[in-house]
Design a protein around this ligand. Structure first.
Ligand SMILES: NC(=O)c1ccc[n+]([C@@H]2O[C@H](COP(=O)([O-])OP(=O)(O)OC[C@H]3O[C@@H](n4cnc5c(N)ncnc54)[C@H](OP(=O)(O)O)[C@@H]3O)[C@@H](O)[C@H]2O)c1
Length: 297
């Protein structure tokens, strides 16, 4: 008897590489017209994970020909100082996008800081104006991780239209905006969306109904095979560092999905790392190019 074929691995690294190449060409074309997209990347403090993210965003800008403006503030910087910097960046015509790396130090009000970014430069898509526009189906900066999930689905041939998408997680940066995005009456959307969270009763009965299951929970390997329908498409947004004595660093990354078991039932699945993660940064670059184009209009 032939062995059961494994699922398709939705390779986000490969897809993000293709998108970055497309963007590189767009940036080159803009530059011949005298416009160089510019992204200001603001880091407050020395959180090691944030430093890694910020470095990689700045490097990707350089690879694409996008100007990146680095602003590193000490962990004890006041919120007033950060707000003054944001005001300066809002007014700077060379800066098309502003990214403030979160989490911010505890003494700062994160939402107040993010709300200070001009909605026209809000390439992270966290500003209430962009969130509202997304919900209304208007042109908006869509937050990068949800946009990356949608892009993976459509580019790999899993159009959400008419499908039942079950999202586990209702955060403002992943679950909620992804639900808003996929329920739109628009290309790459038109899904029937169910959003689950920690108060959801009988979670597995709901996740088993999913044609497309998205896990954005933050709990290592939470979604197990018994929670997944045979033939479902599984998108794992989770990034969790767990101890692993066999690794030099003493840890490894796992998603919110128990990959080995779920892969036996899924039609297609994203790996961690190398799935949604690389798409998030590609979408940030796409939003920055979009911001530059809109500013030029
Ligand atoms: N790949 C990327 O680029 C990227 C970007 C962002 C986040 N992430 C990762 O994605 C994961 C989620 O991030 P987040 O910021 O959305 O996390 P979050 O703000 O902590 O939200 C987690 C969500 O999961 C729900 N949840 C927690 N335990 C649950 C349970 N036992 N049953 C059902 N639902 C449960 C929570 O429900 P309640 O609302 O009821 O508390 C909440 O809605 C994390 O691993 C994070 O590292 C990855």
């Amino acid at each position: 008897m032939p062995a059961k074929r494994g699922p398709r691995i939705i390779d986000g690294k490969k897809t993000s590489g293709i998108i970055l190449e497309e963007l590189k060409a767009e940036v080159a074309a803009l530059r011949t017209k005298g416009v160089q997209p510019g992204l200001a990347v603001v880091l407050v403090g020395e959180d090691p994970a944030s430093q890694v993210y910020v470095r990689s965003k700045r490097k990707t800008c350089a690879d694409l020909g996008i100007a990146s403006f680095s602003h590193d503030l000490p962990a004890n910087a006041t919120e007033k100082r950060l707000l003054a910097l944001i005001a300066k960046l809002n007014a700077d015509p060379k800066v098309h996008g502003i990214l403030v790396q979160v989490p911010l130090p505890k003494h700062m009000d994160e939402q107040r800081v993010l709300n200070a970014i001009s909605p026209d430069k809000d390439v992270d898509g966290f500003h209430p104006v962009n969130v509202g526009r997304l919900l209304n189906g208007e042109e908006a900066f869509v937050s990068c991780t949800p946009a990356g999930c949608q892009e993976l689905l459509t580019r790999w041939g899993y159009d959400p239209a008419g499908k039942h998408v079950v999202i586990v997680g209702r955060s403002n940066i992943v679950g909620k905006p992804l639900a808003a995005l996929l329920m739109q009456k628009a290309k790459g959307a038109n899904a029937t969306v169910t959003v689950c969270h920690s108060r959801t009763k009988n979670l597995a009965a709901l996740t088993r109904q999913a044609d497309i299951l998205v896990a954005a929970i933050g709990v290592p390997e939470f979604v197990t095979a018994r929670m997944v329908r045979e033939g479902a498409v599984v998108i794992d947004v989770g990034v969790n560092r767990i101890p692993d004595a066999t690794k030099k660093s003493g840890a490894r990354l796992v998603g919110d999905v128990a990959f080995a078991g779920v892969a036996k039932k899924a039609r297609a699945i994203t790996p961690v790392p190398g799935g949604v993660g690389p798409m998030t940064i590609a979408m940030l670059m796409r939003n920055t190019v979009l911001a530059a184009k809109r500013a030029g209009k």
